[in-house]
Design a protein around this ligand. Structure first.
Ligand code: MN
Ligand code: MN
Length: 309
């Protein structure tokens, strides 16, 4: 078999990194020759997970170059969220739980998409379908990804499949998941030590919305009012990022992972802001919107915006 690389999206979250690891393990068991890599450094939450399960961080790459001719994608498909030279290689497999957009191939491929809470939930199913035993460490990693993507099964993206996967994976990993999950989520919320520029870039994705380049970042916290004392600092960093990267609109969702609430800071072209207001049915006050009950960028933030744009 010719070697292939497997990776998740840019600005990787826990799912993007560990889905590559567990999919690579599965594919290698099935006879492929794959290596899990990452399109960025791990965030604090992912570092906690990798440390906890004593898993080595995959190699970080910024382009494929001449390393391989074919790749497998996990946890994304949109080309803006992928490796810079994705167009120069063949995508042979995709396992993903996001919308399909800006994705095109020249050849047929394996594509597994399900509207579940986490890529690792789909991978858990694939292990079952191929009858491959999940090692304890891999189970712990997959469990962590599902907890991360579903905020401990509280996000509206959570499905019965995710709940079932968490139950079974926790058993294999021998983890008390509610307790471990809280510890893990908290490990990702220490924002005090980081600059605004780093925070607005850590978990950020770009979307083409009606021809506008819209950047949506999310920061998880356990204390929203404390995070909002830095609003001005965030706005400056967002403004700067808009200028440097050509974004038309930058939205920063600050999410309290314990209460499942979000406050969104908006910076961008004046003519686009009313669309944001309409999407969330409220006026932007002091440069921000309060979004009670909103925790999911994919399900609660992107779709209403896409509709307005
Ligand atoms: Mn992800
Ligand atoms: Mn995911």
């Amino acid at each position: 078999m010719v070697k292939e690389l497997i990776f998740g999206h840019l600005n990787p979250d826990t799912d993007a990194i560990v889905a590559a690891i567990s999919y690579s393990y599965l594919q290698n068991k099935l006879g492929y020759d794959t290596e899990a890599v990452a399109l960025g450094e791990p965030n604090d939450e992912t570092k906690f997970v990798l440390d906890y399960f004593e898993q080595k961080m995959p190699r970080v790459i910024d382009k494929i170059g001449k390393q391989v001719q074919a790749v497998m994608l996990v946890d994304h498909n949109e080309e803006q969220q992928s490796v810079a030279d994705i167009k120069d290689v063949t995508v042979t497999h995709v396992v993903d739980h996001h919308r399909i957009a800006h994705f095109q191939t020249n050849s047929p491929l394996f594509y597994r998409a399900e509207p579940v809470g986490c890529t690792s939930t789909i991978l858990w199913k694939l292990y079952g379908e191929f009858n491959i035993e999940i090692p304890q460490k891999i189970a712990g990693l997959m469990l962590s990804a599902i907890i991360s993507d579903t905020l401990l099964l509280k996000s509206p993206t959570t499905t019965d499949d995710d709940r079932q996967a968490v139950k079974e994976l926790a058993q294999i990993a021998q983890i008390d998941y509610p307790e471990y999950g809280l510890q893990m989520l908290k490990a990702g919320t220490n924002i005090a030590a980081k600059t605004a520029a780093d925070l607005i870039d850590a978990d950020a994705k770009s979307f083409d919305m009606g021809g506008n380049n819209v950047r949506i970042a999310q920061v998880n916290v356990v204390d929203l009012p404390e995070a909002l004392t830095r609003q001005e600092e965030f706005e400056e960093a967002m403004e700067q990022s808009n200028q440097t990267n050509g974004y038309d609109l930058f939205l920063l969702a600050i999410t309290n992972v314990l209460d499942s609430d979000t406050t969104m800071i908006t910076v961008g072209k004046k003519e686009l802001l009313p669309k944001v207001s309409t999407a969330f049915k409220q006026e932007i006050k002091d440069g921000r919107l309060d979004l009670p009950g909103v925790v999911s960028r994919k399900k609660q933030i992107v779709p209403p915006l896409q509709k307005q744009f």
